[in-house]
Design a protein around this ligand. Structure first.
Ligand code: MG
Length: 229
């Protein structure tokens, strides 16, 4: 387990920008659970954690990255982790879950979206999440190319639940459409656009091309996606 002197105390967010009615947003929800198993490494959020037990799974059992992957895919209606990485396929045995996450990031970029922020809850008795939350946030922020202030990871103990040998993750993610690059605005200004309304028309056309909603959900599961990953 990596040690860090970074405080887990959240840094307050900057004031929200004014509401933009043209901004397209989508929300995604992810869930995963794995049973603890002796003799395997514990990997959470792409970090190897020093703990006597790891999580059983077809892949490396990283429930946090699995839940984030499902939240991202769900936000753009692109199926779930089993759609892309069937647990029946032996090539994903012991797979590094950062690969699953990278694929989900490609999927949301493909349809013109990027992450605004992500909020995660990890539910388990051991290990305690609070002491490692700063490291987890740092690692997940790095994997998602996000500022750490846009990554929240909280730990809960499963009080009243009979799941002592199980780890659970819940994740919610918010996406926004990728803003037009300045080059597009410049091109629009230099085009035959004599007034602001015409410029807006050109920009609207360009914006409509970016988040291709028709591409959403293009990969449909063809089998029961029981999550064994
Ligand atoms: Mg899983």
């Amino acid at each position: 387990m990596r040690q860090s002197g970074v405080s887990h105390r959240p840094v307050p967010l900057q004031p929200a920008p004014l509401y933009n009615p043209n901004m397209s947003m989508r929300i995604g929800l992810g869930f995963d659970s794995h049973a603890f198993k002796p003799g395997v490494p514990l990997v959470i959020g792409g970090l190897k954690i020093d703990h006597p037990e790891g999580l059983a799974g077809h892949s490396d059992g990283d429930l946090l990255l699995h839940a984030i992957t499902d939240a991202l895919l769900g936000a753009v209606s692109a199926g779930d982790i089993g759609t892309f990485f069937p647990p029946t396929d032996p090539k994903w045995k012991g797979a590094d879950s950062t690969l699953f996450l990278a694929t989900a990031l490609e999927e949301i970029a493909l349809v013109g979206f990027k992450i605004v922020n992500i909020d995660c809850v990890l539910i388990m008795h051991r290990p305690k999440i609070v002491p490692i939350a700063a490291d987890l946030r740092e690692r997940v922020a790095d994997l998602l190319s996000l500022d750490i202030n846009n990554v929240s990871i909280k730990g809960k103990t499963p009080e009243g639940l009979t799941q002592d040998g199980t780890a659970v993750a819940h994740v919610v993610v918010l996406l926004e459409s990728i803003k037009l690059p300045d080059e597009h605005r410049k091109l629009a200004l230099e085009a035959d656009a004599p007034n602001e309304a015409d410029i807006d028309g050109v920009l609207t056309t360009l914006a409509a091309d970016t988040p291709d909603i028709a591409a959403l959900g293009r990969k449909l599961p063809t089998f029961d996606t029981d999550d064994l990953t």
